[in-house]
Design a protein around this ligand. Structure first.
Ligand code: FES
Length: 129
């Protein structure tokens, strides 16, 4: 996926999420797919800024959604999801990660930070801890 295909919403996306106080001491949040329609499409990805942090969401399959910190572990460039290869690639120096965020090829030596995320009733339930 080209960088221009990524939808990046800065500043305003905090209003998209709902904190779920009953779950895990309020650390879980919900993001309705009706608010980010693009994520209904398998193979899509989007970077949202939530609570001052960027989160890369990847709709890997009908059942699987990923949520990751998109900051490359090499020199902090923002990574991109490559739908065709189902890989995450850094445009700066080519580090490559699996869709789960595991490091596959350097120069980065660490995996991306992955957050817990699941799909339930047309919502993404996730945490950023
Ligand atoms: Fe990502 Fe260098 S910043 S590979």
């Amino acid at each position: 996926m080209k960088r221009r295909d990524a939808l990046k919403i800065l500043g305003s996306s905090a209003a998209l999420v709902t904190v779920l106080p009953g779950l895990a001491n309020g650390k879980k949040m919900a993001l309705g797919l009706n608010k980010v329609e693009k994520l209904r499409e398998v193979g899509s990805s989007v970077i949202l800024e939530i609570k001052g942090k960027e989160v890369l969401f990847i709709r890997e399959s009908k059942e699987v959604i990923r949520a990751l910190d998109p900051e490359c572990k090499h020199k902090k460039c923002t990574v991109e999801y490559d739908k065709k290869q189902n890989l995450i690639v850094c445009p700066c120096h080519g580090s490559t990660y699996s869709a789960e965020g595991k490091i596959l090829k350097g120069p980065a030596t660490e995996s991306l930070t992955a957050f817990e995320a699941t799909l339930a009733n047309d919502r993404i339930i996730f945490s950023m801890d």
